[in-house]
Design a protein around this ligand. Structure first.
Ligand SMILES: Cc1cc2nc3c(=O)[nH]c(=O)nc-3n(C[C@H](O)[C@H](O)[C@H](O)COP(=O)(O)OP(=O)(O)OC[C@H]3O[C@@H](n4cnc5c(N)ncnc54)[C@H](O)[C@@H]3O)c2cc1C
Ligand SMILES: *[C@@H]1O[C@H](CO)[C@@H](O)[C@H](O)[C@H]1NC(C)=O
Ligand SMILES: *[C@@H]1O[C@H](CO)[C@@H](O)[C@H](O)[C@H]1NC(C)=O
Ligand SMILES: *[C@@H]1O[C@H](CO)[C@@H](O)[C@H](O)[C@H]1NC(C)=O
Length: 752
């Protein structure tokens, strides 16, 4: 089979080329400058501050935004409806196309009467974009939504030659530097007397960089007890039968995230030779930039620009050594009792009723250093806590895998201090320290390999073929463990020829809806120095029950997100360019609180980039109930102004509104529809797409984690969850992976 066609998607290349034509580019510039134009700030009463005046006067094109947007569109975007952007821009580059997309608004009143979009006055262009945002044609809404998201994200994360972003000072964002000003010196100090692993972190010795000469790579592998063969006959390495190198080991683990990291650590500690194949790159602790734009590009799947095929849900997932655990928000919550009971009774999975599973959770939490305290609570969480207390709602502390004095807010961009105990600081370290394991970053598994036992129907896993750039490598092993995360595992299994109909179905997303509240700096509380993006990301939580559904599926969990300027600007509504820029000025004192739902698993993954997800009506109702509570919490905490992410972008000034007006606002805003791009739904938890069960008709893997079809092929990530979990999944996925790891050990023992 030829691999040339399955070229590795280049999610890691630093420089992207712009493939837009000049005319398409003209339209794009006009759109970017309509979304973020130059505004005379003095008219808005902001003359006093030079930085603010500069921020208002800067347009998207003056700061190079359209070019960056074009590059992202050309190379990074991976979405089934991506063509809308190109077609849209092409339409707008002609007067006829502009007439079709903009209607009467492209009429200018003087010769030439009908103009191309870029030739229209700014005021008219602004009205056109606003019409698009609520157009009855869904494709036009998608066009607007995606262009707005990418343009805002780029504008608020891009850096100039001096490494500065023009907007940051004005909006009160310090960037990562202030957090680590003492770090450079410390680092230089260390460099003088210490070994590289002490500077770069404990994984340094376990990482194999395949850009090194092949001999050196082979030497490092054989030095660790792996068997390597490099066929002389190799021509170009584009055939699986003719790889540039074959590596033999006991077990190969695909994906180094929460699930994969644990299995790899368990197997290596037991004395087996383990190879971890990871698509994402490795960023040494001291090499982390903590810059939002760079981190999204380097450490997130599809640069953080992933969405369901109807664009209704924006999806965040990690893609780097350590996977989701490297960028996750530290919440480390054990599997809730009622979920364990449901999985044990209804799904008939003994594991979840066993003492072994409880022990696994203890092992996992201990290994991650999970604790509940905090020395100082951050802005968002303090607001959530106070709001709940004022309303008499129960509010709990969230256990986290970082120390109580860890107050940074940048962990979602990687943890420089290594205090957050993600898999790259724990299980993968076990793997490396055991001397039995190595990690291959930048390598994307293309196919799981297996053979038929002679004379029988049974298939047996024999390893994995992966691509590094254009080269193909083969790993031969006694067991193969797939842990690519719930979004990518189904694709790898299907591509390898597995047929079970449950692979790729039942995807759950834990949909999240948010509301915001503005707390002016001049007020006494929260403390003046506190900013929305700093502090432990999640320390407080509450919950709401939708009584009408009478099951735990209607329950939403209330927590707070970490939003740096790029994501923040990407998801807040745009109702006019002036309103948008002014809203962003309040960034550092705008709190976000969200409601997260245990959903019913209605998603399907049909290929790598095609994620279909249809929010059920009942689920939508539960989310609305959650949103209502979130608004009440923000009001009770003392917000001066509140609003949601509904595309109409309505907000309410609490200081001037009476009780009746406030109640009406909460009711109206929380009862608006969330589907069809009228709201903004996000997801950072993906689960269930290869669920575990006792019969192949209803599940994709056995109760042991082994696939129904291929012996020795296991799945060990969130995709095996039988249903959605209802809380943050890290502890659960690691505990399940721990148990599956023990099952893999049984297989390896038998094959010895
Ligand atoms: C921003 C954010 C914040 C979060 N915060 C929390 C939190 O506070 N608490 C919590 O409990 N959960 C949190 N989560 C969720 C949590 O990170 C994930 O649920 C968890 O990491 C999933 O584990 P996994 O093993 O299924 O997949 P992942 O951890 O996503 O790992 C999958 C890995 O496989 C790699 N991969 C994919 N395809 C291939 C291939 N073909 N070849 C090789 N490698 C491949 C990917 O690059 C990735 O590194 C957060 C997630 C995000 C995105
Ligand atoms: C850290 O970054 C520097 C400069 O980009 C690079 O040369 C070095 O190899 C990196 N180190 C590690 C361990 O990744
Ligand atoms: C998040 O990180 C913590 C520690 O960094 C880790 O224990 C946890 O498993 C991670 N969560 C997920 C879901 O990856
Ligand atoms: C709300 O109203 C008060 C009183 O009129 C005013 O001082 C304040 O600026 C308003 N706030 C917002 C966000 O509009």
């Amino acid at each position: 089979m030829e691999f040339g066609s399955l070229r590795q998607e280049d999610e890691t290349k630093p420089f992207y080329t712009n493939s837009l034509t000049a005319r398409e580019m003209e339209s794009l510039v006009a759109i970017c400058d309509t979304l973020i134009p130059s505004i005379d700030g003095s008219k808005l009463g902001h003359v006093e501050d030079d930085g603010v005046a500069r921020y208002y006067s800067a347009s998207a094109s003056q700061t190079g935004t359209p070019d960056r947007v074009a590059r992202l569109m050309s190379e990074r975007l991976d979405h089934p409806k991506k063509w809308i952007l190109r077609v849209g821009l092409w339409f707008l580059s002609t007067w006829i196309g502009s007439l079709i997309l903009c209607g009467r608004k492209s009429f200018s009143g003087e010769f030439p009467y009908f103009r191309r979009f870029c030739k229209l006055p700014e005021k008219q262009r602004e009205e056109i974009l606003l019409n698009w945002s609520s157009s009855y044609i869904v494709l036009i809404r998608m066009l607007f939504r995606s262009l707005k998201l990418i343009t805002a994200l780029v504008f608020f994360t891009q850096l100039d030659e001096q490494g500065q972003n023009l907007a940051w000072k004005a909006i009160g964002y310090n960037g990562p530097t202030s957090d680590d000003s003492d770090h450079e010196e410390e680092l230089n100090e260390k460099k003088k007397k210490k070994k590289p692993e002490e500077i770069f972190g404990p994984l340094y010795n376990g990482i194999i960089d395949l850009t090194n000469p092949r001999d050196a790579v082979a030497k490092k592998l054989t030095g660790r007890g792996f068997t390597v063969s490099t066929p002389k006959s190799n021509k170009n390495g584009s055939f699986i039968s003719d790889p540039v190198m074959t590596i033999r080991c006991d077990a190969v683990v695909v994906g180094s995230g929460s699930g994969g990291g644990v299995v790899a650590g368990v197997l290596a500690k037991a004395g087996y030779k383990v190879l971890v194949v990871e698509k994402g790159n490795y960023y040494a602790r001291s090499n982390l930039s903590l810059l939002e734009g760079q981190a999204l590009d380097e450490m997130y799947l599809s640069a953080g620009l992933l969405a369901t095929s109807d664009m209704n849900v924006v999806i965040l997932a990690g893609s780097t050594v350590g996977g989701g655990s490297t960028i996750n928000w530290s919440a480390s919550i054990k599997t809730p009792e009622h979920v364990m009971k449901e999985w044990a009774d209804k799904s008939k999975l003994e594991m979840f009723g066993s003492d072994l599973y409880r022990e696994a959770m203890d092992v996992v939490c201990e290994r991650m250093g999970v604790q509940c305290g905090f020395v100082e609570e951050g802005f968002n969480n303090e607001i959530l806590r106070k709001g709940c207390e004022e309303l008499g709602l129960q509010v709990k502390n969230i256990p986290r895998n970082s120390p109580s004095d860890h107050y940074c807010g940048f962990c979602c961009l990687g943890c420089k201090k290594g205090q957050k105990q993600g898999t790259s600081e724990t299980w993968l370290v076990d793997l490396v320290e055991s001397g039995n394991g190595l990690i291959l970053p930048g390598c994307e598994a293309m196919e799981v390999l297996y053979e038929r036992e002679p004379g029988k129907k049974k298939k047996i896993a024999t390893g994995v073929a992966f691509a590094f750039g254009e080269e193909v490598y083969v790993v031969e092993s006694k067991a193969a463990i797939v842990a690519c995360g719930a979004l990518r595992t189904p694709d790898l299994l299907k591509r390898s020829g597995l047929k079970n109909g449950n692979i790729g179905r039942n995807l759950c997303l834990h949909p999240v809806v948010m509301a915001w509240g503005w707390f002016p700096e001049e007020e006494k509380w929260p403390e003046k120095k506190k900013k929305s993006y700093e502090g432990g990301i999640m320390t407080a939580m509450s919950s709401v029950v939708n009584a009408e559904t009478r099951s735990s599926y209607g329950e939403t969990v209330i927590q707070t997100p970490s939003l740096h300027p790029g994501m923040f600007s990407g998801i807040i509504p745009w109702t006019s360019s002036k309103d948008f820029k002014t809203r962003m000025l309040k960034f550092s004192r705008t709190a976000h609180v969200f409601a997260l739902l245990r959903d019913r698993g209605t998603g399907t993954i049909s290929s790598k980039s095609c994620i279909d997800y249809n929010l059920q009506d009942e689920d939508e109702e539960s989310l609305k109930k959650g949103l209502e509570r979130v608004l009440e919490i923000l009001i009770a905490a003392g917000a001066e102004e509140i609003g949601t992410h509904n595309s109409e972008g309505k907000s309410l000034n609490i200081t001037t509104a009476n009780a009746l007006q406030i109640a009406r606002f909460v009711r109206e805003e929380s009862s608006k529809g969330l589907k069809d791009l009228s709201g903004q739904i996000c997801s950072a938890h993906q689960m269930g797409s290869c669920r575990m069960g006792i019969r192949p008709e209803e599940s994709a893997v056995r109760p042991t984690g082994e696939t129904w079809e291929v012996e020795g092929l296991f799945v060990a990530d969130t995709s095996v969850f039988p249903t959605a979990l209802g809380v943050n999944p890290m502890v659960t996925v690691q505990s399940i992976a721990y148990c599956i790891g023990l099952n893999v050990l049984e297989v390896l023992k038998r094959k010895k």
